[in-house]
Design a protein around this ligand. Sequence first.
Ligand SMILES: *[C@@H]1O[C@H](CO)[C@@H](O)[C@H](O)[C@H]1NC(C)=O
Ligand SMILES: *[C@@H]1O[C@H](CO)[C@@H](O)[C@H](O)[C@H]1NC(C)=O
Length: 449
Amino acid sequence: MRQQTLLLALAIAHAVYGATSNALCNIGDTYVAGNWYCQEVKKISYTGINQSGSYKATTAMDENTGVCSRKDVSYSGPGAPLDGEVSIHLRGPLKLSQFAAYTMGGGSSASRKQRRHGHGHGHDHGQLHSRHAAKRAAGDLVTAVINGQTVTWAKGYDSTATPVAGQPAANVNTVEAGTQTSPAASGSTPATPSTSIGDGKWGRVAYYSVNSKDSAAGLAFLNNQGSSYASGTWSSTFGNSASYASEDGTTAAKSSTPFGGSLATSANEVFIMTDKVCNGDDCGFYRPNSVAHHGFNGSSKAFLFEFQMPDNPSGDSSGLPNAPAIWMLNANIPRVSQYGTDSATKTSCSCWDSGCGEFDIFEVLSAGDKRCKSTLHRQHNAQGGDSNYFKRPTDAPVKVAVVMTGGNFIIATLKDDVTFDETFESSTMQSMLNAYDNPNHQSVFAIVR
Ligand SMILES: *[C@@H]1O[C@H](CO)[C@@H](O)[C@H](O)[C@H]1NC(C)=O
Ligand SMILES: *[C@@H]1O[C@H](CO)[C@@H](O)[C@H](O)[C@H]1NC(C)=O
């Protein structure tokens, strides 16, 4: 009863802001294969992303010893370190109908056209002698402070994953109702900051549509299938580098190739960079002879997606079949090595393990599941994963926006009639994000440290 009263108060208080992650979890939750699932929502907002920290950037990769050298890079400011260049990653089964990238005040490069070049299928033998790219590490630790309580849980990928001993993972869901701050009850400032995206004009810097894929602009589709026969490189030490993706995403192409729009299974991944090739040291260190492009840069950026994640249990040789995903990485990760390991430390050769940034946007975590979760990975204590989830769009495409600005990262389901225009006033973008304004369909997850 006490809980219900509180929920009602929260529902009223958060009519503008959305309910807190905890409030929605108090309605009900399930624990499946190492992951909590509370309520299905249309929008998840991460707020208060404004902690300084540092990570270890790769400075060299020794092909003889397999050792990766590093240096400390410190970061600060809203959204950091994902305010720098990021790459957008897709795992099948997935159909991409449209994709657009925006920056505040951007748009000038959208006129650059991606040209169709020859395909590399005929000469691409890279996979024959490649080391199989490892899937992403299972059981990542996720720690967050939610309403003053430190919560740690393992982000498991299989049924053996369990909450970390000694850390009450169930806290996500069993927070005493009375410990929640209710702005309605206290009359103080809202417990959850506004997820306003500010003023200004958003300009499109990259656009892809499966219906006009040959004229996609401002971007390139890459994957991790590099070989000297197609593009990128391969070595027995570090495996395949990044490469241009073939039309179906399964192999490497010789040059930038229009994406066919479909990834058949979870064994297939591609990632999206800008069409700008790294020049000199303007990307910092990247794996020599790799395909290295600039990522999407800036502390205010936005991405629109139209995609479907069909249920396809067949023909999938990946470690986690039928588990599609859309996620974002610090662009240094795929430029160095998305899955390669440092032989000395047994951690990733890239800056991934040291917390240089991953934002899981729509991710299926167990085979065949119909729920997609999101998680923000950065440094210990400055990251978190919302326990609410999006419905996996198995049968029809869905439109989704990811807006990152002012230390807020918002993932929102859009109305079907939204078009991926060349420019958006911020007020238009804001109303798009508020399309589903029932507070029980919006979760706000505050990152606090
Ligand atoms: C990325 O944007 C920041 C400003 O947000 C700027 O300082 C930096 O130089 C940019 N990086 C590149 C490679 O353009
Ligand atoms: C980010 O944190 C810094 C330092 O604490 C503060 O000065 C700044 O106002 C914060 N910015 C935002 C958008 O919260």
